[in-house]
Design a protein. Sequence first.
Length: 429
Amino acid sequence: MRRRVRAAESAVVGLLLLVATACGSRLPESDFGDGPDRTATRTAAEPIRVGIVTSATSPVGGNAFTGPRDGAKAYFDALNARGGIDGRRVEVRTCDDGGSGVGNNECVHRLVDEDEVVALVATAALDYAGASRVSHARVPDIGGQPIGAAYDTYPHLYGIYGSLAPRDGKPGWDGELYGGTETYRYFKRERGARTAAVVSYNQSASAAYARLVTRGLRAEGYEVIAEQVDFALPNFRAAAADLKEQGADLVFDAIDGYGNARLCEAMDDVGAEVLAKVTNVQNWTSTVREDYKDAPRCRNALWATGASRNYEDTGHDAVREFRDGTKALKTHSQWQLEGWAAAMWFTDAARSCAEEGVTRACVDRFMAAGKPYTADGLLLPVRFEQLPEPPRTRRTCLSVARWEDARGWVSQGDMNSECSDVPQLPYKP
């Protein structure tokens, strides 16, 4: 039971990736002033050392958080095969924190203090307890997955989706983060959806995320059907039958991957057909056939939304390069592509340091410069700003794909064109 509780909580945290924006730091400003850079300029023959922290053996189970790590390592392997960065190879040091705060602090100590890495890249930590330590050491953490509020709380941490908040005290503005309604706007505009079901567990993290989704849907004018199931003994069939009876066009969820598969099976069993069963970037993977093997109709109604280009879009040069560089991987996922993009981001930062040498301070200056970054078109433009007040509305673009058994994930339009001016709604991290 304890394992499943943690799994559900972390799955809900993963869903919050879709709405995460910005925050601040609890460390005093004196901790972030100018100071000695412990990564001295090295000779051309020495490798450039980076670290990757991953909750590879977390309570959620194997492979839940390894996608960013695998994508980043594949990028650095391909980079080294081409000669590295100005003739210097990138040496990757990895650390599995086990999904615990204690383990995360141990990883941070090893990589930052003992191995003296220039930067962390593609972090995917269930409990990023060492975030303040990374920031205090002024180590740039580049392209990490915002599983929690760390990337919207501390300076020197640069999440894969950017941040607009001051990052100089508590999270966000007065302790609140802000997220947009672009996903709900998209399905209303493009699919004509008007009624949405939100399925959650009777468990605090799941219920809290469901309330956030419900609020966003109602802000976009949807009729919302709330379906809550018991966490210990979930009756997905009853939920599926009810959403069918009430005519739901869309289904959103605040449940774990296992529960999603069971929900889809129940929807097929009762004949519930919807315009879309909407999932998130963490579940945007090539394992859909296996994960939803007993729900063919629901499986082919799966849609995913995010902020990076579909890993199946091999007509795009940067995606094709990613797929060529990850041929050895047994499966593919959107998190792998984002890990690849994070490694590219570090590489561009390091190359900007050619004259003075690749140091933590130089890499951090590149990251903090405020210029939008797209990783050659793999990402929607990522920005880091420090707005004194939260935005009330924001023009936000969206990457959308639909699963088809015969073709895999099929992009729905171009992510740089699927844009809307949408309200930004507050929520507590």
